[in-house]
Design a protein around this ligand. Structure first.
Ligand SMILES: [Zn+2]
Length: 253
């Protein structure tokens, strides 16, 4: 399994438009963060988690030739608004399978009504194959994908476990029985927004505490704001099995 971090930034991305914050002015490519998404390559199947506003650039940067599934964590704009740009994949492959909670599907149907149209659909608009998921293991091809329920303040969000890899984003709280699903995981990805507390995201301290609880072999931090600090400085103070993810980082497991 190969995982590519397509984007590791918070909702506005880093740099923020017009910002003169030192991290936004940094010339280190690791301080430039597109909106969060990962690509999981599993036995040559390409599984995308989330499809935000930077989707097109992310696909071009990583020369992604096909998409076999899109898993959605939740409906916030930074995780969903790239859906129209699946068109090149749709033209080559046909309807693209998407997997999401019913509430997220309803939100996508509102924003992208033309994609879900069944009659008089505009030729050229993309098509999707809808898969509604609940908090239960589901099959993709021969693989089991385990949703993990987390809370983004009061909004339910799905994380996903794919074998020994877990991707969780936009977490503020998580129930004990959901943490149980993470036992024995090798790689954990978890959000860490900044140092200061936030109403709907783990800060760095909360993320590190959660990593100690789950105890994976390695952990990667994502959904990062410019307020967290310079990549190199933050990385230097992390425990040895914890890494600050950065855009286009590829890992294997
Ligand atoms: Zn988000």
């Amino acid at each position: 399994m190969k995982v590519t971090f397509l984007g590791t930034g918070t909702s506005q991305g880093v740099p923020i438009i017009g910002s003169t914050h030192p991290v936004c002015l940094s010339e280190n490519p690791k301080d430039k963060r597109l909106r969060v998404s990962v690509l999981v390559e599993w036995n040559s199947h390409n599984i995308l988690i989330d499809c935000g506003p930077d989707f097109r650039l992310q696909m071009l940067a990583n020369k992604v030739s096909h998409i076999d599934a899109i898993l959605y964590t939740h409906e916030h704009n930074d995780h969903t608004i790239g859906l129209d740009d699946i068109r090149p994949y749709f033209f080559r492959q046909g309807d693209i399978p998407i997997y999401a909670h019913k509430r997220v599907l309803d939100s996508l149907k509102k924003r992208f009504d033309y994609i879900f149209e069944s009659e008089n659909k505009y030729p050229g608009s993309p098509g999707v194959k809808v898969n509604e998921i609940q908090n239960e293991t589901f099959k993709f091809k021969d693989f089991d994908i385990i949703p993990v329920n987390v809370m983004h303040n009061r909004l339910q969000v799905f994380g996903f476990r794919l074998k020994d890899f877990v991707y969780l984003t936009d977490v503020k709280t998580i129930e004990k029985e959901e943490v149980e699903k993470l036992r024995g995981v090798k790689v954990l990805v978890i959000n860490a927004l900044r140092r200061e507390p936030h109403h709907s995201h783990f800060n760095l301290e909360e993320a590190l505490e959660f990593i100690r609880e789950v105890n994976p072999e390695r952990a990667y931090l994502t959904h990062i704001s410019h307020q967290l600090g310079f990549h190199e400085e933050v990385q230097a103070e992390l425990p040895e099995n914890v890494f600050l993810a950065y855009d286009n980082l590829k890992i294997e497991l």
